[in-house]
Write a new protein. Structure first.
Length: 268
């Protein structure tokens, strides 16, 4: 199997070489700005625990209302001001409530609660369904608005929880017609685990037909303005929270050099 890394370096999986360029491109959470534990590089860290994953995930007692795997944080309540309130005439997609994976991101990034509020603390007898801080003395709410602390006013941020404009509606609803804007790349789609999924292919993994972490992921939702499941743009469409590789900013699915992230979906 052959693929091309972000740098253009060709590697052969199962063959001989796995390039250093590709390995560095897969930098993870440990030691990153998403690591709040001892040894992490977040804006606020703690010495109470060296665990890395606990600030977002738990193997037991997770929030089953969160559209994120084994989510360990109390979801924020909002309300949020939306980009759509600017009433731009070029906004095609309809909106769903701020939710899906984006509400998980906003658990920290809206600044309404401390970043170390979790449902299931490290160790024994640390479960609290309402959430509690791991280290109140060292970690508070995210700072640095409007970036990375976005706040609850999202009018100055890329639209989230919005239908993808390039098509993909799985219904005959007339309102889906707006989702075939020729200024957007047509998404790929496939039935995965019995659920229709959509994504926009990028050339990083060789432009394969398979969904890859380096593709622009569209999130399937059924609570939008049309009657069936359809693709929505969420925070994690462009961002990979597990990859801190600087390209030129961290936590992007692909490098944004030459506006590659924008141009993956927008035809300009």
């Amino acid at each position: 199997m052959r693929w091309v890394a972000a740098s253009g370096t060709v590697a052969w999986v199962g063959g001989v070489v796995l390039t250093a360029a590709f390995v560095s491109a897969q930098a993870g959470v440990k030691g990153s700005k998403h690591d709040l534990g001892a040894g992490g590089n977040a804006q606020q860290t703690t010495t109470v625990t060296s665990e890395v994953c606990v600030f977002c995930h738990t193997p037991h007692g997770s929030d089953t209302t969160a559209n994120a795997p084994l989510w360990n944080k109390k979801l924020p309540a909002g309300p949020y001001q939306r980009y759509s309130s600017l009433q731009t005439s070029t906004l095609d997609g309809g909106e769903a409530p701020v939710g899906s994976v984006s509400i998980a991101c906003l658990s920290c990034h809206d600044g309404t609660q401390a970043m170390d509020v979790v449902i299931n603390k490290p160790g024994q007898l640390g479960y609290n369904a309402n959430g509690a801080e791991i280290d109140p003395g060292s970690i508070g709410a995210m700072e640095g608005g409007p970036i990375p602390m976005l706040g609850t006013d999202l009018r100055n941020d890329h639209p989230i929880s919005i239908q993808y404009g390039g098509g993909g509606c799985s219904t005959s609803d007339a309102s889906c017609a707006n989702l075939r804007d020729k200024d957007f790349v047509v998404p790929a789609t496939s039935l995965i685990n019995g659920v229709q999924q959509w994504w926009v292919n990028t050339p990083v993994a060789g432009g394969t037909a398979n969904r890859e972490k380096t593709d622009m992921i569209l999130y399937t939702r059924s609570d939008g303005p049309t009657s069936g499941p359809e693709p929505f743009v969420e925070c994690a469409s462009c961002h990979d929270p597990h990859n801190e590789t600087v390209q030129p900013v961290s936590f992007m699915r692909i490098s944004n050099s030459g506006s590659q992230v924008c141009l993956a979906c927008h035809i300009k």
